[in-house]
Design a protein around this ligand. Structure first.
Ligand SMILES: *Cc1c(COP(=O)(O)O)cnc(C)c1O
Length: 357
């Protein structure tokens, strides 16, 4: 079989690239949109501010605009291998966007169950264009998730929420890429935490990279929840989580244990940041050319907090994950911004308006 790849480069897509480190075999049909291989960008401004070497893993450049694609390529490939006819998830966000795209690529039916009255149409746009069957359930999110679990137990339907173990396996490859780019592990790794699957995945990735001899050390893992949705920080589920960062608005994380294990055994921590700090970092990143989701900015806001707590040693190497693309939520981006000013179609007034005349 001819394998798709970019001219003159290594195979693209995380399954081909890390074949020997993932639960796949020659029998696994690879369903890919060439996810992964995202840029690790050096941030001059944050490096200066932190007196450290700060690198940003820009996961918004994955095919559907978030890191969810790394897990979804594997989850959907395994679903096809196992003979599933359909996949299902309970989500109104990036999971359903990714599931819909990869299911479409594989020719599988994709069902998305969303809780009634909780329809964030902006975020559902991707699921809809990729042809997912979106059903609104007369009940809350927990009920929707329970129904998807029942569907997966009784029928040849695969659940692709993050309880699917292949999701975390695929997502660990981002840590492999960081180690490959830096030629070592970072000293500190900082990221947002919602359902906590991703921090679990990065920690696994860093440990496997060390075991494989690609790095000699392990980073301290720091995860940041939003203050109004910080169950791990509080030590108990939050019944009504609130934050502007919808992708981390989670009251009872599925991978809670994975997150505490990562932070405790690496000497890091799970803390919270306020919405105001998230928005400020969101704007700073945008000014530096990086348009991210609000949730993605929680990691950078968290790094600033670590600096204040004196937890960023001078000159250390830091990686921060920017989990999703800002275009996912354009309403937020333009809210409060000044509307473009109307000027005559003449050079003079234009230059004057721009203070360039
Ligand atoms: C899913 C998601 C998160 C949270 O990741 P978890 O694995 O649930 O902790 C953060 N940011 C974005 C953009 C996401 O899509």
């Amino acid at each position: 079989m001819r394998t798709e790849q970019r001219a003159g480069s290594a195979p693209t897509g995380i399954i081909r690239r890390y074949f020997d480190h993932l639960p796949v075999s020659d029998e696994t049909p690879i369903v890919t949109l060439h996810e992964g291989g995202t840029p690790l960008l050096h941030s001059e401004r944050l490096s200066e501010e932190m007196n450290a070497e700060v690198w940003l893993k820009y996961e918004g450049l994955n095919p559907t605009g978030s890191f969810k694609d790394r897990g979804m390529t594997l989850a959907i490939s395994k679903a096809v291998e196992e003979g599933s006819e359909a996949v299902v998830c309970a989500s109104t966000g990036n999971t359903s966007a990714s599931a819909a795209a990869y299911a479409g690529r594989a020719g599988l039916t994709c069902a998305v169950l969303i809780p009634k009255g909780n329809v964030a149409l902006g975020k559902l746009a991707q699921a809809l264009v990729h042809g997912a069957r979106v059903l609104e359930i007369d009940g809350n999110f927990d009920l929707a998730l329970n129904l998807t679990k029942e569907m997966a137990q009784a029928y040849p339907i695969t659940l692709v929420n993050s309880v699917n173990p292949f999701r975390i396996e695929g997502q660990k490859t981002a840590a492999f890429e960081i180690v490959e780019s830096l030629g070592r592990s970072p000293d500190l790794h900082v990221m947002p935490v919602g359902n906590a699957g991703n921090i679990t995945a990065y920690w696994r990735g860093y440990r496997e990279a060390k075991r494989a001899g690609w790095s000699q050390t392990l980073p301290k893992m720091f995860g940041f929840q939003a203050e109004g949705a910080a169950p791990i920080v509080r030590g108990e589920p939050v019944a009504d989580p609130k934050t502007v960062a919808t992708a981390i608005r989670i009251g009872n994380p599925a991978s809670w244990i994975g997150a505490t294990e990562a932070s405790a055994s690496s000497g890091g921590g799970i803390y919270s940041v306020r919405d105001k700090e998230i928005v400020e970092s969101y704007r700073n990143l945008a000014e530096e050319g990086l348009f991210v989701e609000l949730a993605s900015a929680a990691g950078v806001a968290g790094l600033r907090q670590l600096k204040q707590r004196d937890l960023v040693p001078p000159g250390c190497v830091v990686t921060c994950v920017l989990t999703g693309h800002g275009l996912k939520d354009p309403d937020w981006a333009i809210a409060g911004a000044a509307r473009p000013k109307l000027v005559p179609a003449e050079l003079g007034p234009i230059l004057q308006e721009l203070d360039l005349g």
